[in-house]
Design a protein around this ligand. Structure first.
Ligand SMILES: Cc1cc2nc3c(=O)[nH]c(=O)nc-3n(C[C@H](O)[C@H](O)[C@H](O)COP(=O)(O)OP(=O)(O)OC[C@H]3O[C@@H](n4cnc5c(N)ncnc54)[C@H](O)[C@@H]3O)c2cc1C
Length: 395
C-alpha cells in the first residue's frame, strides 16, 4: 500500500470541500455537527442537491447512477460531507436496499424504485428485527400468506430507524414454516401507507424519536413487490447485511468527536483549570487519538485491498465495526467527563440555547447516550466477534 496521498485524490477532496462551502447552509451544518438527529426534510433536500451533481449514490454501479469512484474517493467524499455537517442521505435506501434491488430486483422494480430513491423522492425503512428476533434474525415470525396475486402480512417489527419518515418499507417475512428457518423467508417491499401498517414511536434514552415499532395487521402486498424468489429472501438479506458493515468504522464520526473533545478540554469551564493541562486527562486523549489513527489506517488498508480484490471473503468489516463503535463510546465518555456538571444535562434538541453551560456542551450528552446503541445496531459486537473468530481464526 502507498501511504502518500494521491495528488488526484487530494484535488478531488478540494472539489468536494468547495461544493460543501457553496451548498451547505451554516445552520443545517451546525445542527448536524452537534450530533442532533436529522429531519426527513433535510435528508431529502440534501439528497436532491447531491443528485443534481450526480453524487447521491456514489457506491451504486455506474449503470444505476453511481459515480464509479474508487473506494478511497468514496471514503474522502463521506469524510468531507460528515465533517462539514452535511445531512446524511437515507441509509436504509442507499446502503441497504439499493444493492439488493439492483442485484436481485426485477426490471420493473428497478425502474420503479432505484431512480426515485436516487433523486431523493422516496424514504425507506428497514423491517427486519422483531421483539424476539434480532441477532437470531432467521427465527423471525412475521408471516406472509399467499392470497391470489397478493400476500397477507401479519406480525410485529421493532427498532425501525426513521420508520416514521418512511414512504416505503422493506421487510423480511416467513412464507414457509415447514423447512429450515433460513429457507422459508421472503423479501417484500411494502407501501408504508397500506391499510394495516401502524408505526409507533420508541423514544430513546436521549429523549429523541428516531426509532419505532411497526405493526403489520392483514397488510395486503402485491406479489409483484417480492424481490427475487419466494423463500430465498435470506440470501438477499445476507448481501444487505454485508453492505451494512462495509463502511462501519465510522472514522469521520470519531474524528469529529475527538476534535470536540479537544475543544472542550481546552476550555476553562467556570474559570477552573483546563483539563487539557492535566497530564492524566491529556494522556487519555492521546490514547484515543492513537487508536483513531490506527483505525483510519486499517480502514484505508481495507479500502486499498478492496480495490485490488485482496482479502475477499474475510470479515474485515466486522473488525472495523468493533473497533470504530468502541472508540465512539470511549471518546463520547471522555467528552461527558470533560463537561463536568454540564455533562449532566442531555441538552435535548432545540432547547440547547436556553440551557446553562458552554455552547460546546449542546447535544453532547444526548449524542453520547444515543451512541450506547452503536455496539448493538448493524449486528451487535458480540456477534461481530463470533464472525471474526470464525473468519480469521477458523474457530
Ligand atoms: C438504535 C438502533 C437502531 C436499529 N435500527 C434497526 C432498523 O432500522 N431495522 C431493523 O430491522 N433493526 C434495527 N435495529 C435492531 C438491531 O439490528 C438489533 O437490535 C440487533 O441485531 C440485536 O438484536 P436484539 O436487540 O434483538 O438483541 P439480542 O439478539 O436479543 O441480543 C441480546 C444480547 O445477547 C448477545 N447475543 C445474542 N446472540 C449471541 C451469540 N450468538 N453470541 C454471543 N452473544 C450473543 C447480543 O450481542 C446482545 O448483547 C436497531 C437497533 C438499535 C439499537
Amino acid at each position: 500500500m502507498n501511504f502518500q496521498p494521491d495528488p488526484a485524490d487530494q484535488a478531488f477532496r478540494e472539489e468536494v470541500r468547495a461544493f460543501l462551502r457553496e451548498q451547505l447552509p451554516v445552520d443545517v451544518a451546525a445542527r448536524n455537527r452537534r450530533g442532533f438527529h436529522p429531519s426527513k426534510e433535510d435528508e431529502l433536500w440534501w439528497t436532491q442537491l447531491l443528485y443534481r451533481r450526480g453524487w447521491s449514490a456514489p457506491h451504486w454501479p455506474v449503470e444505476y447512477g453511481g459515480t464509479g469512484w474508487s473506494p478511497q474517493r468514496r471514503f474522502i467524499f463521506e469524510e468531507e460531507c460528515f465533517l462539514a455537517g452535511a445531512p446524511p442521505t437515507c441509509a436504509a435506501g442507499f446502503s441497504l436496499l439499493g444493492p439488493v434491488l439492483y442485484t436481485y430486483g426485477s426490471d420493473d422494480q428497478k425502474a420503479r424504485f432505484l431512480e426515485p430513491t436516487r433523486r431523493g423522492e422516496i424514504f425507506w425503512g428497514q423491517l427486519f428485527s422483531e421483539p424476539n428476533a434480532g441477532s437470531d434474525l432467521a427465527s423471525l415470525k412475521t408471516t406472509a400468506v399467499r392470497d391470489g396475486d397478493h400476500y397477507v402480512v401479519n406480525g410485529q417489527k421493532t427498532w425501525t430507524t426513521e420508520g416514521h419518515y418512511a414512504d416505503w418499507l422493506f421487510c423480511l417475512v416467513r412464507t414457509d414454516s415447514s423447512s429450515k428457518p433460513q429457507r422459508g423467508i421472503s423479501f417484500l417491499i411494502i407501501d408504508a401507507k397500506s391499510p394495516g401498517v401502524t408505526i409507533r414511536p420508541i423514544v430513546s434514552i436521549d429523549d429523541a424519536h428516531t426509532l419505532n415499532e411497526t405493526f403489520l395487521d392483514n397488510v395486503r402486498v402485491p406479489v409483484a413487490n417480492r424481490i427475487g424468489e419466494e423463500n430465498a429472501g435470506w440470501s438477499y438479506a445476507k448481501l444487505l447485511l454485508e453492505h451494512e458493515r462495509a463502511f462501519s468504522a465510522e472514522v469521520p464520526r470519531n474524528k469529529r468527536l475527538l476534535s470536540q473533545l479537544k475543544h472542550i478540554a481546552a476550555l476553562a469551564l467556570d474559570g477552573g483549570a483546563r483539563l487539557i493541562d492535566d497530564p492524566l486527562f491529556s494522556s487519555r486523549i492521546a490514547e484515543a487519538e492513537i487508536e483513531l489513527r490506527a483505525l483510519e489506517w486499517l480502514t484505508l488498508r481495507a479500502l486499498a485491498d478492496m480495490d485490488h480484490g485482496a482479502d475477499a471473503g474475510r470479515p474485515v468489516g466486522s473488525v472495523l465495526k468493533v473497533r470504530g463503535s468502541e472508540l465512539i463510546q470511549k471518546i463520547g465518555a471522555l467528552i461527558v467527563e470533560a463537561l463536568g456538571p454540564y455533562g449532566l444535562i442531555a441538552y435535548p434538541e432545540l432547547d440547547f440555547e436556553t440551557l446553562p453551560g458552554p455552547e460546546a456542551a449542546a447535544g453532547k450528552t444526548a449524542d453520547f447516550l444515543y451512541r450506547r446503541a452503536v455496539t448493538i445496531y448493524g449486528g451487535s459486537n458480540e456477534i461481530q466477534r463470533n464472525i471474526i473468530a470464525k473468519g480469521f481464526l477458523g474457530l
